[in-house]
Design a protein around this ligand. Sequence first.
Ligand SMILES: NC(=O)c1ccc[n+]([C@@H]2O[C@H](COP(=O)([O-])OP(=O)(O)OC[C@H]3O[C@@H](n4cnc5c(N)ncnc54)[C@H](OP(=O)(O)O)[C@@H]3O)[C@@H](O)[C@H]2O)c1
Length: 354
Amino acid sequence: MTSPYIARPELLDADPLTATGRPVGWGVVSTGSIAATVTADIALLPDATLAAVSSRHADKAAAFAEQFGFAASYGDDDTRSGLDALLADPAVEVVYVATPHAQHAAVVRAALTAGKSVLVEKPITINAREATELAELARERGVFLMEAVWTRFQPAYQRALQIAASGELGQVHWVNAEISFPAPADPGARIWARADGGGALLDLAVYPLLWPWGTIGLPDSVTAVGTLNEEGVDAQNALSLSYASGAQAQLTTSLLARSPHSALVCGTEGWLRAEGADSVYRPERLEVQIGDAPVRVEEFERIGSGYVHELREVTRCLQQGLTESPVMPVHDSLALMHFLDGVRAQLGVVYPND
Ligand SMILES: NC(=O)c1ccc[n+]([C@@H]2O[C@H](COP(=O)([O-])OP(=O)(O)OC[C@H]3O[C@@H](n4cnc5c(N)ncnc54)[C@H](OP(=O)(O)O)[C@@H]3O)[C@@H](O)[C@H]2O)c1
C-alpha cells in the first residue's frame, strides 16, 4: 500500500536539530509531566524560542519558566486565566497543549479563535464530535492544527513503513502490537479519572494502532473487549481488527501489567519487529527476517526524548505557511477519533464530554 506519510526523506534522513527557517515562538499550556518532557525537546531546536508558559497556578508557571528559560509565564488571577494571558501574548505563534484529554477541546478552541497555531497532545479530544468541531474551526480560521502523534515522525517507524510498502515482507497478513504498564494506583490520577477521559484506550491505543494503520490501513471492522474499573474507565482492552482483504491485527492496551511494548508485522515473505523498550511508540531498533535469511538489524539514534521529529514537522509546516501536516493531517485525527468512539461503544466507556 502507499500512504502520504510513509518514508518521507525529511523524516528518514534529515537532522531534526538543523534549523529549517525563521524562529518560531512556542507557548506551552500546562506544567504537567509531558509538558516538561516535550519542552526540553523544544529547547533543542535552534529555530524555536520559548515564548511563554501558562498554568492554572502562577507560581507553577513561574517555576516552569525559570526551569526551561521561557520569556514569560502566566497563571490564573482574578481578571483572566493564565491560558487567556498566554493567548494574548504576541510572541506566541504556536501553542502546545498538554492538559488532560478532557480539556483539549476547550483549550484548542480558545487558541484557534485567538489565531494561534496548535500542536495538541493525543488524543486530540475525547470524541469525534469535539474533534470535528475543532477541524472546522481551524479550517475556517486558516490556522495550523496537528495532533501530537509523535511516533509517526520517528525515523525507525518511518523506516518500518517503508520496508512494508516496498513489498519486502510480501503481503502483510497480520500485525500484533501492544502497550501495557502498571499505572499508579492513585485513584485521583488523571489516567484513572473518568472526568479527565481516563483509561487505557484513549491514552495508549493510538500507539499499537499505528502499526497496522501504517502497513495495512484502518480496519473494516473491529471487535473490542475490555475490563472496566469501578469508575467505568477501561483498565485494559483487546482489539481485534479485520480487513476485507482477510488481513487481521491484534492490539492490546493495558494499565495493569508490565509488557515489552512490542510491534510485529508479518507478511508472506517475512516479518519485522520493533525491538527494545518503548519500541511500539519510540522504536530504536528494527529486526527483519525475509525467508530463512539471517535476521537483519537496523538501529536508530534517539535524539532528545524523541519528540524532536514531530516538533521539527510543526516548525517546518509553520515556516512554509501550511495549515496542516501532510504526515499527521487533521482528517487522520478525525478517523482516529471515530475509531476510538466505535471501540468505546463496544467497551461501554462513557465520558462527561460525550
Ligand atoms: N505524547 C506522549 O508521549 C504523551 C505522554 C504522556 C501524556 N501525553 C498526553 O498529554 C496529556 C497530559 O498528560 P500528562 O501525563 O502530562 O498529565 P499530567 O502530568 O497530569 O499534567 C497535566 C497538566 O494539565 C493541567 N491540568 C490538570 N487538570 C486540569 C484541568 N482540569 N483543567 C486544566 N488544566 C489541567 C495541570 O497543569 P497546571 O497545574 O500547570 O495547570 C497538569 O499538570 C494527556 O492528554 C496525555 O494523553 C502524551
